[in-house]
Design a protein around this ligand. Structure first.
Ligand SMILES: Nc1nc2c(c(=O)[nH]1)N[C@H]1C(S)=C(S)[C@@H](COP(=O)(O)O)O[C@H]1N2
Ligand SMILES: [Mo]
Length: 201
């Protein structure tokens, strides 16, 4: 049988090489949210970049959409053991967000904040050099609300809980500060290839 993934850009010829340990491939896209799904009107949507407590730039929905838009195809890996191959995204890379704000590297750690109160921590090095984006579209369509629409973080090389849905800002922090799930027993970094699922993995 020939699968779509076999021809994907990440493919090294062998799909099995693309599945981290303990993961299995799904075709559907499960929804995983800690609380109720928020409804965010793009007229009210704002994205704030902060250095510690200090806001350095705020974008409205139209300002954010005017930033350079980048398309990527990536595999995603959820800690609940599903992986999904060759997912197509479009949005603003974190590099382009920082460039627009004129911010380089005020610290090495970042917290993503969300409209539902969720947060996740990611080292800056894992967000830059094209590794992460604030995604606005999935498979060419506006991001569905239950998957984080209108905008979510996408950090595909880490477990998917790091990809904060309904994102409303990034905050530079002095230290690596645990986010929502990292405070509740999940790994501070979350590398699927090293199976960093829980705190002491
Ligand atoms: N704001 C917010 N982002 C979130 C979550 C959440 O509860 N709230 N859940 C996380 C978890 S645990 C996972 S596995 C993924 C699930 O994304 P999906 O529902 O699009 O599959 O979103 C992550 N981002
Ligand atoms: Mo999750």
């Amino acid at each position: 049988m020939v699968t779509r993934g076999f021809f994907g850009r990440n493919s090294g010829g062998n799909e099995a090489d693309r599945i981290p340990p303990g993961q299995h491939v799904v075709d559907h896209w499960p929804v995983l949210t800690a609380g109720p799904t928020p409804r965010i009107d793009t007229a009210e949507w704002k994205f704030t970049l902060k250095i510690g407590p200090r806001p350095v730039k705020v974008w409205t929905w139209s300002e954010f959409n005017a930033l350079p838009q980048t398309k990527v195809t990536r595999d995603i890996h959820c800690v609940t053991t599903w992986s999904k191959l060759d997912t197509n995204w479009e949005g603003v890379t974190v590099d382009d967000i920082l460039a627009d704000a004129g911010v380089e590297r005020p610290s090495d750690f970042v917290l993503a904040h969300c409209f539902d109160g969720y947060s996740s921590n990611v080292p800056l090095a894992d967000l830059t050099s094209g590794k992460a984006m604030v995604a606005l579209k999935y498979e060419g369509q506006p991001l569905p609300r239950d998957h984080g629409g209108p905008a979510r973080l996408l950090v595909p090389h880490l477990y998917f809980w790091k990809s904060a849905k309904w994102i409303n800002g990034l905050q530079f922090t002095e230290r690596d500060e645990p986010g929502f799930w990292e405070l509740r027993g999940y790994h501070i970094y979350g590398d699927p290839w090293r199976e960093q699922r829980y705190t002491n993995d």
